[in-house]
Design a protein around this ligand. Structure first.
Ligand code: GDP
Length: 463
């Protein structure tokens, strides 16, 4: 390792101790009544600055460890491999004889939700070596169908001919099956998210911190290829926006979602994290303009943000949000706007959003395909990352824990804990699978448990 790397590594170690010396000293003074409560804001600011400095150094460690080019190349190689396999699966040499799975794009929900429906179908297809046939006539975003907006998901195999279609699951293995919505499967196959293929897992974990969303992003990359007319419309809107780096993407989901599936969050709650991002960035580089790309289905958000935060430059198109907010939500026009928003969010350096929204999660999944590792480049105000209808998401205890209050649960190193969410206060909520106890868990004593599934390896895909 270089001298610069070693010095930086020692500095991170030493500054981690320093942050403890500082907190210990200040809190002890507070305990003795030596400091006034008004001083707390100042202490918090100092702790935040120290934390940002350590995180910033740690990011630099990754750039200086000598493996960055390797990670970049490996990410591109594994992505190419997955794309090649999908292309092979979707273009069988004999379409008539090929086993197939049929999915209908008639799910009565928004575009993010429909994209995830296709992802689920494509993962099913990949796991069972069946070519995916997408039925999209009468699609709510374009009645002529998916193929009118995006390139078809196969060049040579788009129909099951007149073969008998059997609803999955069946008590035998038919040639052509059609899939129910993921929400209504009672016995979920183990290959559904957040599982990733065993044969790729040990490659993906070496360049990406969140392999499950990377894998889902690869499915999106395969299906989301706008046709020239749509691409032109997207490009023209984007060209008007003066997109420049650095930029933070903010997604604010309002209208029908608030009060039904998610809580209301004010612009201030998002901007706290935008500010933190830029404060940290300014430790290592000069930032001319604090740019924010603002995507929303609430037409008032952009004006609100601009008047409240004059020190920031907000990019965005109020007409996109307006179209999204009105009853014309599911139209070709609203689709163009949403694709612009998703593209811009995914191109941003950092995203602040709510993962309760499928639009927010799609933006993050797309971001995972735009760079080597986006797993540290977002902040969700509510949920941790998930895939709707996924199998149990567990964390593995990495050390023992004895509860310090009756809200916490006990666990031993090695226990599997089904997680419901992170409270972003150092604790999450979960159920210990060994004891069946549910309660708070100190997040740092657990690590994400990645599920591997032996998907087919598509050895012929390279030929
Ligand atoms: P969810 O309801 O947020 O989980 O995501 P869905 O994709 O299922 O439905 C939300 C729909 O609202 C989207 O498909 C869009 O039509 C619209 N929408 C939500 N957020 C945005 C946004 O930021 N920009 C645009 N253009 N549309 C949005």
């Amino acid at each position: 390792p270089s001298e610069e790397y070693e010095n930086l590594r020692r500095r991170v170690f030493s500054n981690t101790k320093e942050i403890w010396y500082f907190i210990n000293h200040e809190l002890t003074k507070l305990k003795k009544g030596d400091i006034k409560i008004e001083k707390l804001t100042d202490i918090l600011e100092q702790v935040e600055h120290r934390k940002s400095f350590i995180l910033s150094d740690q990011q630099k460690l990754q750039e200086l460890d000598g493996y960055q080019d390797w990670r970049q190349q490996e990410a591109a190689n594994v992505s190419d491999l997955v794309q090649k396999r999908l292309k092979y699966l979707q273009n069988p040499s004999n379409c008539r004889d090929a086993r197939k799975v049929i999915c209908n794009l008639n799910k009565g929900c928004g575009f993010g939700c429909q994209l995830h429906h296709i992802v689920y179908c494509l993962i099913f297809a990949y796991a069972t070596e069946r070519t995916l046939i997408l039925n999209s006539k009468g699609w709510r975003y374009n009645t002529k169908g998916w193929e009118y907006v995006f390139y078809p998901i196969s060049e040579s195999c788009l129909t099951a001919y007149d073969d008998k279609v059997i609803q999955w699951p069946a008590n035998y293995d038919p040639k052509v099956v059609s899939l129910p919505f993921i929400d209504s499967i009672s016995q979920k196959p183990k290959f559904l998210p957040l599982a990733i293929p065993t044969d790729l897992a040990h490659r993906i974990v070496r360049f990406n911190g969140d392999p499950s969303s990377w894998w889902i992003g690869q499915m999106l990359k395969y299906v989301l290829k706008p046709k020239p007319a749509m691409q032109k419309a997207i490009n023209e809107t984007i060209a008007k926006m003066h997109f420049m780096r650095p930029i933070v993407g903010v997604h604010i989901r309002r209208t029908d979602k608030v009060g039904t599936e998610a809580a209301f969050h004010s612009i201030d709650e998002y901007m706290v994290h935008v500010k933190q991002y830029y404060d940290q960035l300014e430790l290592t580089q000069h930032v001319d303009v604090r740019r924010v790309y603002l995507a929303s289905d609430d037409a008032n958000v952009l004006g609100d943000a601009r008047s409240k935060y004059p020190d920031y430059e907000f990019l965005g198109d109020p007409s996109i949000a307006k179209t999204a907010a009105t009853h014309r939500r599911y139209t070709p026009v609203s689709l163009t706007g949403l694709l612009v928003d998703l593209h811009m969010l995914a191109m941003s350096d950092y995203i602040v959003c709510t993962f309760s929204s499928q639009v927010g999660r799609v933006a993050y999944e797309m971001m995972q395909t735009n760079r080597v590792d986006a797993s540290d480049s977002f902040y969700s105000l509510d949920d941790i990352y998930y895939f709707g209808g996924q199998n149990a998401h567990n964390r593995r205890a990495i050390m023992n824990h004895t509860p310090r209050s009756n809200q916490e649960i006990a666990f031993q190193a090695g226990d599997l804990i089904g997680v419901a969410g992170n409270h972003w206060n150092g604790f999450g909520r979960g159920t210990n699978k060994r004891t069946n106890m549910n309660g708070l868990i100190p997040w740092y004593k657990t690590a994400d448990h990645l599920v591997l599934y032996p998907f087919p390896e598509y050895k012929h895909a390279n030929e």
